[in-house]
Design a protein. Sequence first.
Length: 345
Amino acid sequence: MSDSPPSPRNGLTYADAGVDIDAGERLVDAIKPLARSTSRPGSEPSLGGFGALFDLKAAGFTDPLIVATTDGVGTKLKIAIETGRHDGVGIDLVAMCVNDLLAQGAEPLLFLDYYATGKLEVDAARRVVAGIAEGCRQAGCALVGGETAEMPGMYAGGDYDLAGFSLGAVERGQTLPRLDLQNTADLIVGIGSSGPHSNGYSLIRRVVEAAGLTWGDDAPFDRNRTLAQALMEPTRIYVKSVLPLMKAGLVKGAAHITGGGLIENPQRGIAEGLKPVFDWEAWPLPPVFAWLAEAGGVDAHEMRRTFNCGVGFILIVAAENAEQVLASLLEAGETAFVCGRLDPA
């Protein structure tokens, strides 16, 4: 009889099951400098702990309310995966969360991400997180942590999904919308988008397919870029241009124009008894949207209900403050215009 210990029945490892712990550790090492680059007052990002601390007093708040948001990028990720263009979707992820915080009048403070994939490809994941860090820098918030989940069997090959979580703060009494202050003399100021942002991509992909185009073809609406390059333009982040106007008391309401477009979203920042009335001729429809409407046979109402149609964010302002608000936005590098008014509902 042998005195040697019994052998394992099959010798399986986690790697055999499709999960590469070493790859996860390499990714953490690669993204630690990216997180540190987003440091801001109140937070010193340092990945690896079980949680993150934030000092609201160090961030300059006296009596703050906390505002939280979560969102994703949607099927725009399909284009990123099919074309290998992973660099901008992290900005999209941050934008979808922090612009929602901004619509409440809140300053974004910290951000966390969730990256789930069937097989962890370290370079692709690092590029995604590099975009997240860039989005955080644009928004002035700290990337304090996240989760990378490798789940073979749940996702195919290099497919991945993203979710973002952001926390912001606003001083008590300064939350938006200020429903008690709104009236029928107020104007709607639109701020230009960079394109479809992160909404309507299931329809966009159908239109591209119906038009018989590939992602490498020249964009019909922009001959200087391929279709993938044009449609993967990251979502614009409005925090640094809009937050000062909110802190100055010049904004009565705001809306981030995401899913639901210009039909569903504006009312979320407007008092009951009032409704937005848009002047649809106040701004030119950007070429990407004109092409989608024509190539897809999409009628005007469906376009406005699905896409931002060139308006990524709106502000409700008093008529006497509109000129000052527009001047500030233009100075900050935004495209801005009065695009409507409030009427009785």
